[in-house]
Design a binder for this molecule. Sequence first.
Ligand code: SF4
Ligand code: SF4
Length: 172
Amino acid sequence: MPELPENVERAVNIPLGLAKGLKATFMTMLKPAVTVQYPRVKETVAPRARGVISLVEDNCTVCMLCARQCPDWCIYIEGHKDKEPPRREGGKPRTVSKLDRFDIDYGLCMYCGICVEVCPFDALHWSPEFEYSEPSIADLLHDKTRLGQWEQTVPEQPGLEAGADAPKGKKK
Ligand code: SF4
Ligand code: SF4
């Protein structure tokens, strides 16, 4: 095929490109939208979605495992040892760990879920709740009270598989 002069080729290619672009635009306009008009419309997220982490304070033994494993170093824990009466009459007084501070900084968290996985005492759970954006990044630090409140939004956990060990809780 003989080669077209450059100006003729350009004159042909411009409307051709424009037609292709408009075709793509119209085809997309005819497809149903995959986005929603948040916050007027809210999507129903999967029940096990990683929205926010909740804390069951009574289960936490202040073992620090979650804080040590967190790749972002965004879990801050402080605790102290306390004496409690013996479980049995005549026994020794027990030394128990008490939680003073448990904060998660959601301004740093990358939602990897490692802390939830490694907790040996089932003290951390995922909630699908995601509406906790803040005008100030400093307010994304959730303390143990706020983390405990998220527990209300944690969906019912599926039952254990046959033969599985029951989760360990803190001994009272
Ligand atoms: S989800 Fe990951 S990044 Fe976030 S607090 Fe837990 S371990 Fe850290
Ligand atoms: S939340 Fe779990 S892993 Fe973290 S300090 Fe408490 S008991 Fe240990």
